[in-house]
Design a protein around this ligand. Structure first.
Ligand code: G
Ligand code: MN
Length: 267
């Protein structure tokens, strides 16, 4: 085995992180990032109800940089607030086009725990949306992952309550993995639960079907919405439909698409 290719080299990893951080600063200020949109479909009504905004970055030298990688760098190097602001700017610019085609839809933005733990996050977010158009408040959603629970919960609650009071909805992302246990579900005011794709992948197992059924019942009982992530096959879709009222997101419905292809897409 060649040690130069098989061993983790911390100095090379550092150098790559520094390069990404440097280029990301430029990409943010030059508006060099893109947002793709992936629909969430109501399986009963057979209609699209929301779109998840997913940041994409192509750099001529680094090629396609995976969002997991550049978001981790942005978090580690203090760039996540600037990145979040740039994503919101792009979504607000796209929203009129999306609403012209889907007037009832919401666009969901993924926010990092580091952003949501800023005491003035809600104030800044609301001010930015209102500078654009107040009506957009009813067409935005925030997606947060289990990583938020590493931060000060009262600050998170304060921000989320302020945003919700103005019409923004809140979704728990990747539910059922890591720290996003049942015991956390009642600590933040979620409107929507997005079930991690690992449940959909194992949906042919009776035990997993029973777990998903329990999640359907739980969310319905509390007037919340359940989304199944990563729906890739017609069989998975049929099983989900048989379990009750669930939204579906995944490649079977549509991969994330840039705005222009989204507007040409027929569900
Ligand atoms: O953490 P979150 O679930 O929001 O991540 C969304 C990511 O999952 C996006 O990068 C998107 O490209 C990817 N994705 C979307 N639909 C599918 C799918 O059906 N299968 C798989 N494996 N990945 C998906
Ligand atoms: Mn998400």
């Amino acid at each position: 085995m060649n040690p130069s290719t098989s061993q983790f080299d911390p100095s090379r990893a550092q150098a790559r992180q520094t390069l990404i951080a440097h280029k990301l600063t430029r990409a943010i200020s030059d508006h060099g990032l893109q947002v793709h949109y992936q629909p969430e479909m109501d399986l009963v009504q057979q209609q699209v109800v929301s779109f998840e905004a997913l940041c994409r970055w192509h750099d001529p030298e680094l090629n396609q940089v995976a969002p997991d990688e550049f978001i981790a760098v942005a978090e580690a190097r203090g760039q996540i607030v600037a990145l979040g602001a740039e994503i919101l700017r792009m979504v607000l610019a796209d929203l009129p086009h999306i609403l012209a085609r889907w007037p009832q839809a919401r666009v969901a933005i993924n926010v990092s725990g580091l952003e949501l733990a800023q005491p003035d996050f809600a104030l800044q977010f609301l001010a930015t949306v209102q500078r654009s158009q107040t009506a957009f408040l009813n067409h935005l959603e925030l997606e947060i992952t289990e990583s938020v629970f590493h931060h000060d919960v009262p600050t998170l609650q304060h921000n989320l309550q302020m945003l919700k009071a103005r019409g923004i909805t809140v979704a728990m992302d990747d539910f059922g993995t890591g720290q996003s246990s049942l015991s956390r579900l009642h600590t933040l005011p979620f409107d929507k639960i997005k079930m991690d794709r690992s449940f959909v992948q194992a949906l042919d197992e009776p035990m997993v079907q029973a777990i998903v059924q329990a999640m359907v019942d739980l969310t319905q009982r509390f007037g919340r919405i359940l989304v199944a992530e990563g729906v890739e096959t017609p069989e998975q879709m049929l099983t989900l439909q048989s379990l009750g009222d669930v939204l579906a997101q995944g490649y079977l419905i549509s991969p994330p698409k840039p705005l222009t292809s989204l507007l040409n897409w027929s569900a």
